[in-house]
Design a protein around this ligand. Sequence first.
Ligand code: PEP
Ligand code: MG
Length: 592
Amino acid sequence: MSDRVFDERIIYGLAAAPGVALGRAVVRKPDRLHIPRYRIAAQHVEDEQRRLNAAIARARRRIVRIRAKTTNRAKLIPEVGAEELGYLFDAYVHILKDSRLVRGALARVANERINAEEAVRVEVALISEAFKRMDDAYLSARVEDIREIGNRLIAFLLKTEDVKPVTMLPKGSILIAEELTPADAAQLNPDTVVGLAAQIGSPQGHTAIMARALGLPAVLGAGSLLSEVENGDQVAIDGDRGQIIVHPSHTSLRAVRRRIELLKAERKQLRRLAKRPALTRDGIEISLRANVELPFEMDSVAEAGADGVGLLRTEFLFLNQPSIPDEDEQASALISVVRRARGRPVTIRTLDLGGDKSSGDLVTRLGDSAASALGLRGVRLSIAYPELLEVQFRAILRAFAYGPVQILLPMVMSVQEIRTARDLLARAARHLHRRNEHIPHPLPPLGSMIELPGAALTADALAQVSDFFAIGSNDLTMYTLAIDRSDEHVAHLYNPLHPAVLRLIQFASAAAVRARIPISICGEVAGDPRFTPLLVGLGFRELSMTASSIPAVKRRILGIDMSSAVQRANLIMRETDPCRIQALLDDVNEAA
Ligand code: PEP
Ligand code: MG
């Protein structure tokens, strides 16, 4: 295949995972669907309708987001007609709220006892036929709208099926999509996929986090992507600059290949640091641990020379599963992580499902609210389903027999949540004793994530019932500044250096020091070497990050003088202007 006949095009998005990749585009369009048809039992009709309602709600949310993005772009190009586009999207939302399509498909599930996908397909076909018979230009145009909506609904519904197209991509693929969920990203095989880009998403969301964990360069929030890239196009992804180069010219190809070589050489050089302790120039040791989503990442954890796992995001073990994993399945995944940590501590966070980490099927079963950032998610979801938490505690306690483990609760808001969780932990231990399972004594420490502003402000009370704290700066920033971390429209406003965020971190950390409990930080700032002098200057002695970030952070630590880091942190904490704070930090980094 020759690319010479094409002109190079550059599409701009948000730099979401570092590195550069060159490959062939595999475009994942939401409309090429194989629609299964099957009967459902009478007792499952309500579940099936709930599944359809969840898909409708997701499709509606998606359209509202695309509407905002597209109409904003259209305002800049008057010929496109922002107003008309707006009406079109409003019509889509309306169809998804109350329409013959929605009512008809729901009724069909109940009356004909067929699966939701087939119900939507049949309903779309009938409506289209009826509109066509009316021989009216306006209504014929609406047929396309109904089809578009129907395809979206079916695509959302199919995500819950065991169809995993992203797992079967050819070697050297660059995945191009409208949106990739964290669950999709978790299925990518870095031996075949070399990079990814999507129209939706931001660097702080879990899709970006997963791409970084897999070492895949990624660009997200790239608005016009799907209309500009075709299957098989040669594409370069620049995850540092947020660019997607389609049909790169000879000059661009040379530059991209050169950067790939340079990055490889730099990584090789950084790997030499793996065995060195992370000591500041004045000899203070900082423990660098890894954030892990799936057991296979433990290879890179060992390679990076991590001091153990500072955050195991167990919800990734639940995503992409046909059903909720049982105790044995969870235990075997956790045991594998603990064993491969070779005696180093592993901090296992209980299920933090919710927000962007909501695989449709699971959320449908546990209740739609988890999909909302302010809904029944994190530890509140676990407490609402105590059996779920108890099973997870049993699996964690079984892994505890293989090495040191700590348990971390996500999205903690109150003392009561920690007490309830502790009671359930004791109950899980009693259950295992009754089964004659060996679990070491005492039970693992139980800590709280400080990632809600309310938790940070009441950290002194939470410290009384927590064995340790871990600051989740990602969500702390999101909830403090009211910025959805996976929404590309507000990504430019997301700023963990905002004084409100820094003050909450300092407040919580002072409470931990007073209560004499350990405190670490495991949000994305911990893995960004530009933040390292500030974090160690604020007193953090344990940082947890994507394994691949460890060498660069270690290199930064080796150059830090603790007393000047403390002085600089004090100066920063007196500032109220985020730009001044950034300048004070840039200044210390440039001098390094
Ligand atoms: C955080 O919120 O900072 C965090 C580490 O948890 P997650 O990114 O999984 O929400
Ligand atoms: Mg969080």
